[in-house]
Design a protein around this ligand. Sequence first.
Ligand SMILES: [Zn+2]
Length: 97
Amino acid sequence: MAVVATHLHFDHVAAVADLVDSTGAPFYAHPADWAVYKTLNAIAEEWGFRIPDIPTPRPLGERLWIFDVWHTLGHTPGSVSLVVDGSVFTRDTPFYR
Ligand SMILES: [Zn+2]
């Protein structure tokens, strides 16, 4: 089991701390989103939200268990899509910038 962020916008990772705490699963994100990670709380506050501190992600490589990890940057520098058995899980990748 793992928690994988397709990108590090606050609305996609606000519950990661609870999820990691309750499951013990490691948390992964693409290293190209480290700069986004550093601004999570500031951006959330700009939008009127307070979010808990997010665990430091482990660097996501090109493969995680059964998934190929495609670096589909554009929405954020570290956006990824997960591919398995002919299916692609994109999350916000279609929303360029
Ligand atoms: Zn997003």
